[in-house]
Design a protein around this ligand. Structure first.
Ligand code: ZN
Length: 489
């Protein structure tokens, strides 16, 4: 057997074990009895140890030294495996273990601090997480920017400097657009209650409309919506809120975007490093274009309005045009996960700048809350009222996920680029969307992006799909045009 074949056989088993570990996590959020938590923690730990040992197995290094790539698929597989092997090997085992232990403790301390509205009780633990992640970054990066080493975990090839330049171009136009919108009268909000079974029935219809295959997936309820798995078994969760059916509908469409990306990857890449979405940013571009550019479009919301009228009767919104404005209503809020298309990226930009400063050492952990509150007031025009609405609202930093936040906005930027290219490639798309038919849109995404999985780097994946270098301009143009029309700006 060639070194490449031996490596790929070993890798295939590692990928399969990774899928099993992921399914344990899915089970924990959907089916697992509550009292099983301590045992599940040990099960997770055992799987993590096995996976870590396989990723740094010395045989992998030997195979990588000898393996030759016969084609571009083999070259891409070797690139992924080498990257993971070298990265894992650079982090001392003691540091990796300390990070795992600390972040699991920090998560609990953060949850308690948030419940108590007590930032000070979280700061010593956050300091420890920041210190450990800085050590890890230094071990990986050597003399380059440590933030880039962390970012690279989620978005291979991206740098803090390049994202910083892109985000600096986004911020002033988003701040101005937000202010102009909030100066105008707000469209009606949804009111009343909406039957849960009917919400779930529409949610399932939406998933199918956006191309999700239930033969290779399933939809369950969970506290936080997520997508789990790759290849032939890709599951999503959604949630319901009796007074806010949009939460259920758009969470479902978002997760379906992630899921159809995974389901759309060429079956030849199953259980190989190419058989999953290429990065967090590209993944988020799929969930966001489904959710926003397609799902919240005038044409598609017209169809959704009819579906809601069928299930709920008259729910107080007069017609499709008013419904479109209600779906895209912009209002003040503190919480990132509840933010609309216009304000969402401002929440992310704030976190990106602060976490870069934390990792570089320019911002002390003790000054984080004040820096957060100052920046929030500058961009949103009002003051944070309590820590759970401010610096303690997100779980990410307690889990050590520095470098993760910017992939949300990068995903929106990529979605803007893909949407522009999609509209040029598929004329008359709105006629389809108005009938609830997304097949030409999702087909274009599958053909031009999804099928390739990890074949190319993240930037090259998007560049291949749109035929140009991605930039923030299409997203800004789209937002200004769409909300300018809705709000009469
Ligand atoms: Zn997402």
């Amino acid at each position: 057997m060639s070194a490449y074949d031996a490596l790929m056989q070993f890798q295939r088993e590692t990928e399969a074990l990774g899928q099993i570990a992921g399914r344990l996590g899915w089970d924990q959020e959907t089916m697992m009895p509550d009292a099983a938590t301590p045992q599940r923690a040990e099960e997770h730990g055992a799987m993590a140890n096995i996976l870590h040992a396989r990723r740094i197995d010395p045989r992998v290094g030997e195979w990588l030294d000898q393996a030759e790539a016969a084609d571009e698929v083999a070259a891409a597989n070797l690139r992924h495996i080498r990257r993971s092997f070298e990265r894992t090997a650079k982090v001392p085992a003691a540091l990796a273990a300390e990070l795992a232990k600390t972040t699991s403790l920090a998560h609990r301390v953060w949850a308690q601090a948030r419940a108590d509205e007590d930032v000070a009780s979280f700061l010593p633990m956050l300091q420890k997480v920041v210190d450990l992640r800085r050590q890890e970054a230094a071990a990986i990066a050597g003399n380059t920017d440590p933030y880039d080493a962390l970012l690279d975990d989620y978005e291979p090839g991206a740098t803090g400097a390049s994202l910083g330049a892109m985000f600096a171009a986004l911020r002033p136009r988003l701040v101005a657009l937000r202010a102009a919108i909030l100066d105008r009268p707000a469209p009606a909000a949804l009111s009343g209650t909406f039957d849960e079974a009917a919400q779930l029935a529409i949610s399932c219809k939406l998933a199918l409309a956006f191309g999700y295959s239930l033969d290779n997936g399933r939809i369950d309820k969970a506290v936080h919506p997520f997508c789990s798995g790759s290849g032939l078994d890709v599951r999503i969760t959604t949630r319901t809120n009796l007074t806010d059916p949009f939460n259920c509908f758009y969470s479902t469409i978002h997760e379906v975007g992630h899921a159809t990306y995974e389901q759309g990857i060429d079956a030849a890449h199953l259980l190989t490093p190419l058989g999953a979405g290429v990065s967090m940013g590209v993944h988020e571009s799929q969930s966001r274009i489904y959710e926003n550019q397609l799902g919240r479009s005038r044409a598609f919301t017209g169809w959704l309005y009819g579906q809601m009228r069928d299930q709920f009767g008259d729910f107080g919104i007069a017609d499709e045009e008013a419904f479109y404005a209600t779906v895209n209503r912009v209002s003040d809020g503190f919480i990132r996960t509840e933010a609309d298309e216009v304000q969402y990226n401002l929440h992310v930009l704030l976190r990106f700048d602060l976490e870069r400063a934390l990792i570089s050492g320019d911002l002390a952990v003790g000054d984080l809350e004040a820096a957060w509150n100052d920046r929030f007031a500058a961009d949103f025009g009002f003051a944070v009222d309590k820590p759970s609405n401010g610096v303690l609202q997100d779980v990410h930093w307690s889990e050590g996920l520095f470098g993760y936040f910017p992939t949300y906005t990068l995903g929106n930027v990529y979605a803007g680029c893909l949407h522009e290219a999609l509209r040029q490639a598929v004329p008359g798309l709105d006629d389809d969307l108005a009938r609830g038919d997304t097949s030409r849109a999702t087909g274009w995404l599958r053909e031009n992006l999804q099928q390739f999985g990890g074949l190319r780097t993240p930037v090259a994946t998007v560049t291949h799909a749109i035929g140009a270098q991605p930039s923030e301009a299409p997203l800004l143009d789209y937002l200004e045009e769409k909300f300018g029309q809705i709000y009469g700006l």
